[in-house]
Design a binder for this molecule. Structure first.
Ligand SMILES: [Zn+2]
Length: 267
């Protein structure tokens, strides 16, 4: 049964409301204070019932998944995989989106967490052992010092929570876009673009307040695009939030640059 994977890992899980341990009550996770969460038959647990509706939608994630599956991010994924210790057993993907990266980087026990229910529904499709959770980064549903590797890929962070759930010798792998990231789309948008450049130094400073930064690795590639892929890129990129993607002429987009930096840090 798809819910069993959660009961089998019940020691790893904690109530996101009050932080206490769960026990199994019928087919629900029930904490010491009576907060109850039902693993869905679709293979995920909704740990954030009061979350605001997300701005993502399934069409956006479907575009994103096609792009990821076409291999545009395979050098990025290879760099992350290299930075994961070979003996890492428990992996949390914090802000996992539709789970494509999570699946590529999964270990013995893997938790995918995202605030978007649409994203988690897409991630959980097709089953498998990964523990998919709709949850809030600021209240991770996990036990203290339980995670070997936290992946935080193109996603906001919450370093206090990351510190709490990471093992003392654990590792945080954070992927941040760099100045060349999707520059062809930004050129297409011209002055409709709200945010001109990415500044990573603020990210690095913030991270360094809580973690020891051990390594920075830049991954940059430019790829040719088919017309369908160009349309998917325009649809999926957060850069186009606030603008109507249909106003952008995706046929002018013939190549795309992926430019990101991997930050490897330890508590
Ligand atoms: Zn509770």
């Amino acid at each position: 049964m798809s819910a069993d994977k959660f009961f089998n890992q019940i020691e790893l899980l904690r109530c996101p409301v009050c932080g206490t341990a769960f026990s199994r009550r019928d087919n629900a996770l029930c904490c010491e204070n009576g907060h109850t969460f039902d693993p869905s038959k679709k293979g995920y647990v909704h740990f954030a019932p009061n979350a605001a509706p997300s701005r993502y939608d399934e069409a956006l994630f479907a575009s994103r998944r096609r792009i990821l599956e076409a291999g545009f991010y395979s050098t990025v994924i290879a760099a992350i995989r290299e930075a994961m210790p070979s003996n890492a057993r428990v992996v949390l993907d914090a802000g996992c989106g539709d789970g494509t990266f999570t699946k590529a980087l999964a270990r013995e026990t893997t938790i995918g967490l995202d605030l978007s229910k649409d994203a988690i529904l897409l991630a959980a499709r097709g089953g498998g052992p990964i523990l998919w959770t709709v949850g809030d980064l600021t209240r991770l549903p996990l036990a203290p010092a339980s995670v070997d590797v936290i992946l935080n890929l193109f996603s906001p962070a919450h370093y206090a929570e990351f510190s709490r759930v990471l093992k003392p010798n654990g590792r945080l792998l954070k992927l941040v876009p760099q100045e060349g990231y999707l520059r062809e789309i930004r050129a297409l948008m011209g002055d409709r673009l709200k945010r001109e450049t990415y500044s990573n130094e603020a990210v690095v400073t913030h991270l360094s307040e809580r973690f020891r930064l051990c390594e920075r690795r830049r991954v940059t590639n430019t790829f040719p695009l088919t017309e369908a892929q160009a349309a998917d890129f325009v649809r999926m990129t957060p850069l186009t939030f606030g603008t109507n993607a249909d106003e952008l002429d995706a046929s002018k987009l013939t190549k795309i640059t992926i430019d990101a930096e991997l930050l490897v840090a330890q508590p």
